[in-house]
Design a protein around this ligand. Structure first.
Ligand SMILES: Cc1cc2nc3c(=O)[nH]c(=O)nc-3n(C[C@H](O)[C@H](O)[C@H](O)COP(=O)(O)OP(=O)(O)OC[C@H]3O[C@@H](n4cnc5c(N)ncnc54)[C@H](O)[C@@H]3O)c2cc1C
Length: 382
């Protein structure tokens, strides 16, 4: 039977994240939004609290939390600031393909140290000319003796400026298409790696997004994750794990916007009454609540399916698109409810609207999620 009640342990995880978010993140959110400074201090504290890398398995020294628990954490962090939340969660995306395809030795080498001290890793797949169309990447890895030589450029890589290593997708055999792609761990300090400037993004400004250039970068064969030709599968499999928490974060941003809007609608008066007395405003709030509840249920289903060890690409894509689109709509409507004040930087909702937009773009756009959902439902329906 479906059960919508959190267990004692899940409540504890959520409350830990909520307290951390409200006490450590919320007071610093405006500062990091204004300056774009990476929230290293907050990440240090999160690491000590056990909120960074929650999904790394216990046998590697991690907390071994479920995807469902990662979603509970992601929503709470994003209520306080989704930019700082993203900065804290980038490791989940970079480590996810290794959890799927790395050998035990590779896991001990690259993942275990992340449970011992604060370290960052970044997922480097997108390129200047290829985002949705992953097959269009141009980065190559040429095998020379016991090494691969990597050349190419990556773009929009979250956490690139702070990462200790990158998960990199490259062609080892271009003519084989997606079956010619392989995955590598590339240390950030390897010779020939250059990290670009921090991008001046519209929202989630605390998160560090940059381009990376690989110029004749040599990595040993041991740094290849999985067999040659398995890179695309590993890069895509990561999303089954990470899209539910990303979708949960979109719910979190929307929840913050809705709560601000409700409070404001009780204070602001127009035509002799608090504005929530106007049905048009009340119904906007109703749509926010219904949308966020529905999005959260999709997120929970996607995470639960993943935790059952079942294939969840359909559920994860559905949750990601719906939560991202809902989060964006809720934030836009929150600005509307604030009227002119909503458009002003001294009030909280314009930041939420800027932050919400990226959920419809990164980890696969809302259009790409709809391709996955439509293919899934059409193929299942007779
Ligand atoms: C802040 C930020 C952080 C990011 N972090 C990372 C990261 O850590 N690692 C990483 O590898 N990448 C990252 N990305 C890249 C992100 O995943 C891509 O931007 C995204 O996948 C879209 O790719 P694109 O920008 O090349 O857009 P394009 O693929 O060029 O798409 C442009 C538009 O066309 C639409 N479109 C494209 N193809 C289709 C289709 N077949 N059907 C319908 N519509 C289509 C898209 O939905 C979009 O609206 C990040 C991006 C940003 C902005």
């Amino acid at each position: 039977m479906p059960d919508f009640v959190l267990t004692e342990e899940q409540r504890m995880v959520r409350d830990l994240a909520r307290d951390f978010a409200q006490n450590e993140i919320a007071p610093r959110a405006a500062y990091h939004d204004q300056t774009g400074e990476f929230p290293r201090e907050i990440c240090e504290k999160a690491f000590r609290t056990g909120l960074l890398n929650p999904g790394l398995p216990e046998d590697l020294g991690g907390a071994g939390m479920s995807c469902f628990e990662e979603c509970l954490i992601a929503e709470e962090l994003a209520v306080a600031c989704s930019g700082i939340g993203t900065a804290m969660m980038v490791n989940t995306l970079a480590t996810a393909p290794l959890l799927v395809g790395a050998s035990d030795e590779q896991k001990r080498k690259w993942l275990a140290p992340m449970t011992e001290k604060l370290q960052f890793a970044a997922y480097a797949v997108t390129e200047p000319d290829a985002g949705s169309d992953v097959m269009g990447i141009k980065t190559t890895a040429r095998k020379v003796g016991e090494e691969y030589v990597i050349n190419g450029q990556k773009m929009w890589i979250s956490g690139a400026g702070v990462a200790d290593w990158f998960f990199v997708l490259a062609y080892t055999k271009k003519e084989a298409g997606i079956r010619g792609m392989s995955a590598f761990v590339v240390p950030a300090d390897a010779e020939g790696v250059s990290i670009g400037k921090k991008e001046d993004n519209m929202g989630q400004r605390a998160s560090d997004t940059r381009g990376i250039t690989f110029s004749e970068v040599k990595v040993p064969v041991e740094n290849r994750i999985g067999a040659e030709g398995k890179g695309w599968m590993l890069a895509m499999a990561a999303f089954d794990h990470t899209r539910p928490p990303v979708a949960a974060a979109a719910v979190g941003v929307g929840r913050a916007a809705m709560e601000h809007a409700i409070r404001y609608s009780k204070e602001r008066r127009a035509f002799g009454v608090a504005i929530h007395r106007h049905q048009a405003v009340a119904f906007m709030i109703a749509d926010m609540a219904m949308g966020l509840d529905a999005a959260r249920l999709l997120v929970w289903r996607a995470a639960w399916t993943y935790d059952q060890g079942k294939k969840n690409s359909y559920e994860a894509a559905s949750a990601k698109a719906f939560a991202a689109d809902t989060g964006m709509r809720v934030c836009t409507d929150a600005v509307q409810i604030y009227g002119g004040y909503g458009f002003n930087k001294e009030y909280p909702v314009e930041k939420l609207m800027r932050d919400a937009k990226i959920f419809q773009i990164y980890e696969g756009t809302s259009q790409i999620q709809r391709i996955i959902v439509s293919k899934g439902i059409i193929s299942q329906t007779r």
